[in-house]
Design a binder for this molecule. Structure first.
Ligand SMILES: [Mn+2]
Length: 377
């Protein structure tokens, strides 16, 4: 590692230090947790509005506030502003560690590569706001110095974030934890523990995680609702907002810190409609998803194409624009939702073969008629 020099903000990269643990003692009022906002400010505002978040509550942001979505800088500022009037606790996810990246790590090649290949992240937006030209020939060392000077409050907020918050009855961490024994993982492992629910330990305290979109734990349906594992005492929160076309931002709501009376709320931007016709659900279905999405195109059509999932041999029709040049497909399913007249759904896609909708957080097809709310056609 580079020799650390004294700087206004000192925070070693997460791979070379233990996680920072902060206590959250006796938080007042309701405890509300969200995770994986990923710069989606409209989702955060929509959800806080939906749960009527107030100064009487405590909000825990379970990491990945930034990147991938459209408005990292605005989202960060919104949370900083919110924390002046409300009780807000933010812990760091694997997309939030800009402070060690810009103040300590400084692998300029890697930062430049990210900047050019993933525009609209926090650094990109800071430079854009400063009218700093972004391109392969830019002086990134000078640019990072400039943002460090221009945005001290934003970086101070990020630098203050621990990787773990603990209350008397709950532990919040973005990725996962090794269990109740000695905490032998470094901070990076705690933030970026992929698919934690595949082989998780048991916990004495409820452990709340984000990081892996919960839809990836299901094989046959696309279910974005939080997963509550009562046996191991784990709650996985990540509704895949931004990352999934039909994703949502989930909130876990506890009436108070000691309660196990968990409830959930969710927000997504899709228009609401009422189902007008009865529809039976599919007897079988499959969810082709990120990481296991290699397909063979059997019949390419203009709107829909018939494909075969390479690993399982499962065949279904998908929207042709979901096909990618590298032989994979965007997340998709042939699941037909069981629906009854009067059910409310969120409409994600409108096609010639029906609507792709969400019902209570589960996505699938609906072939019947809808009545849209708010006068939409
Ligand atoms: Mn993450």
């Amino acid at each position: 590692m580079p020799t650390p020099k004294p700087k206004p903000m000192r925070l070693l990269p997460p791979h070379v230090r233990p996680p920072r643990i902060a206590r959250l003692d006796a938080p007042a009022g309701r405890l509300i947790a969200v995770s994986d906002i990923h710069g989606a400010l409209d989702y955060l505002r929509g959800l806080l509005n939906a749960v009527r978040f107030s100064p009487a509550d405590t909000l825990v942001i379970d990491g990945d506030l930034l990147e991938r979505g459209p408005r990292s800088l605005d989202t960060l500022r919104y949370v900083i502003e919110l924390s002046r009037t409300h009780s807000v606790r933010f812990l760091s996810g694997n997309w939030d560690w800009w402070v060690p990246i810009l103040f300590e790590y400084r692998h300029l090649d890697a930062i430049l590569y990210y900047l050019l290949h993933a525009p609209h992240g926090l650094l990109w937006q800071m430079l854009e706001e400063m009218d700093w030209p972004i391109g392969p020939d830019m002086d990134l060392a000078a640019a990072t110095l400039a943002v460090r000077e221009r945005y001290p409050e934003e970086f101070a907020f990020l630098a203050a974030a621990p990787e773990i918050y603990e209350t008397e009855h709950l532990t919040f961490v973005h990725g996962g934890l090794p269990g109740d024994g000695p905490l032998e993982w470094d901070a990076w492992h705690c933030m970026k523990c992929d698919a934690f629910l595949r082989n998780p330990p048991h916990f004495k305290k409820w452990t709340v995680v984000g990081h892996t979109p919960v839809v990836l734990y299901h094989e046959n349906v696309v279910d974005a609702n939080p997963i509550l594992d009562r046996e191991r005492r784990i709650i996985a929160m990540d509704g895949g907002c931004v990352l999934k076309d039909d994703g949502q931002l989930n909130a876990l709501i506890l009436p108070d810190e000691a309660s196990e009376d968990f409830s959930f709320a969710a927000w997504d931007p899709f228009p609401t409609a009422t189902v007008l016709e009865e529809q039976a659900g599919s007897a079988q279905s499959w969810y082709i998803r990120w990481g296991d999405a290699a397909v063979e195109v059997l019949d390419r059509g203009e709107e829909f194409s018939r494909i075969r999932h390479r690993r399982t041999g499962y065949e279904m029709c998908v929207l042709t624009r979901y096909l990618r040049k590298n032989g994979t497909v965007n997340d998709c399913t042939d699941y037909v939702l069981p629906l009854r007249p009067g059910d409310e759904v969120k409409v994600v896609e409108t096609t010639s073969r029906g609507y792709f909708v969400k019902h209570r957080g589960v996505s699938g097809w609906y072939r019947g008629a809808l009545r849209f709310h708010g006068g939409e056609a």
